[in-house]
Design a protein around this ligand. Structure first.
Ligand SMILES: C[S@@+](CC[C@H](N)C(=O)[O-])C[C@H]1O[C@@H](n2cnc3c(N)ncnc32)[C@H](O)[C@@H]1O
Length: 247
C-alpha cells in the first residue's frame, strides 16, 4: 500500500479540489465532525495533510497525523515547514501502530476501505479504539460499500470511476480511478470490498457503540454554483458515506 501512494502522492494533491470532494464530501465530513475547537485529534491515514491542517485551522488544540506512505508524509511535513502549525506526523501502518495517546477525536478518512480481510479491518479498528478517550467519537469517510456495480458509472461525471472484476464478495479489489477535470490526468488505485455487516462487526467487536452511517449532503455553495440537478446522482448513488461511532 505504501508504494501505491508513494507513486501518486504529488498527483493526489488535486483530490481535494475535485468538485465532488469540495462541495459534497468535505462539506459532509466537517458537518459530521462538528466543533473541533480545543480538541486533541488523531488523523489516521492523513495523506498529504489537507484535512489535518484544516482541522488545526478550525481550532483543534493538537493534531497527530499518521500515514503509511513516506511520500505522503513528506508532502505533509513540507507544508508544516512552510507554515508551521505544530502538527506531528508519524509514518506507520494504522493496523499495526497501536496506542499513541488518548485523543478527544479520532478521524481516518478513506482508510478502512484498504482492509482486504476482516482481520485487517479489526486491527485498524483496534488502533482507532485504543487511541480514544472514553465517551469520544470516531468519525470517518469510506467508500460506499452498498453501491451496486451497476451504478458505479453514476459518479463518472464527477471524475470518480469505480470498477470490479467480479460480483461483490468479501475481499475483492475495487479499482478507483480519479479523473482530474483540469487536464484529464488520471490516477488509479485499489480499495477492497468488505460488507457493511463486516464493518459493523469489526467496530462492535472492539467496543464501539452507536455506529451510524451517513449519506452525503451538498453544501449550499455547491447548490448555488452548479444547481441541484447537477448533484442528483451524487445524492442518489453516493460514492462515499460517513461513519460515526462512540467509545
Ligand atoms: C485516499 S487517501 C486519503 C487521505 C486522507 N485521509 C484524505 O481523506 O484526504 C488514502 C491514504 O491512506 C493511506 N493508507 C492506506 N492504507 C494505510 C494503512 N494501513 N496505514 C496507514 N495509512 C494507510 C495512504 O497512504 C493514503 O495516504
Amino acid at each position: 500500500m505504501a508504494e501505491v501512494y508513494d507513486n501518486i502522492a504529488e498527483q493526489f494533491k488535486k483530490f481535494h479540489s475535485m468538485l465532488l470532494i469540495q462541495y459534497v464530501i468535505t462539506y459532509t465530513y466537517f458537518h459530521l465532525l462538528g466543533d473541533v475547537t480545543e480538541k486533541s485529534i488523531l488523523d489516521l491515514a492523513c495523506g498529504e495533510e489537507f484535512y489535518t491542517r484544516l482541522l488545526k485551522q478550525n481550532g483543534a488544540a493538537r493534531l497527530v497525523g499518521v500515514d503509511i506512505s513516506l511520500e505522503m508524509i513528506k508532502l505533509a511535513r513540507q507544508e508544516e515547514e512552510k507554515e508551521p502549525k505544530g502538527i506531528e506526523y508519524i509514518i506507520a501502518d494504522v493496523a499495526e501502530i497501536g496506542f499513541i495517546d488518548n485523543f478527544d477525536l479520532v478521524v481516518a478518512s478513506f482508510v478502512l476501505n484498504y482492509a482486504s480481510t476482516k482481520e485487517q479491518l479489526l486491527k485498524m479498528c483496534q488502533t482507532i479504539y485504543a487511541n480514544l478517550k472514553p465517551g469520544s467519537r470516531f468519525v470517518t469517510l469510506n467508500n460506499n460499500l452498498e453501491l451496486l456495480p451497476d451504478f458505479y458509472h453514476k459518479n463518472e461525471k464527477y471524475g470518480f470511476a469505480k470498477s470490479c472484476a467480479s460480483s461483490l464478495q468479501e475481499g475483492i479489489p475495487l479499482t478507483i480511478t480519479l479523473i482530474f477535470s483540469s487536464d484529464s490526468e488520471k490516477v488509479s488505485f485499489d480499495n477492497y470490498y468488505l460488507s457493511k455487516a463486516t464493518y459493523e462487526w469489526a467496530l462492535r467487536s472492539v467496543g464501539f457503540k452507536d455506529i451510524r452511517w451517513h449519506h452525503p449532503v451538498v453544501s449550499p455553495e455547491g447548490v448555488q454554483k452548479y444547481g441541484e440537478d447537477f448533484w442528483q446522482d451524487a445524492i442518489d448513488y453516493p460514492f462515499a458515506l460517513g461513519i460515526t461511532c462512540l467509545k
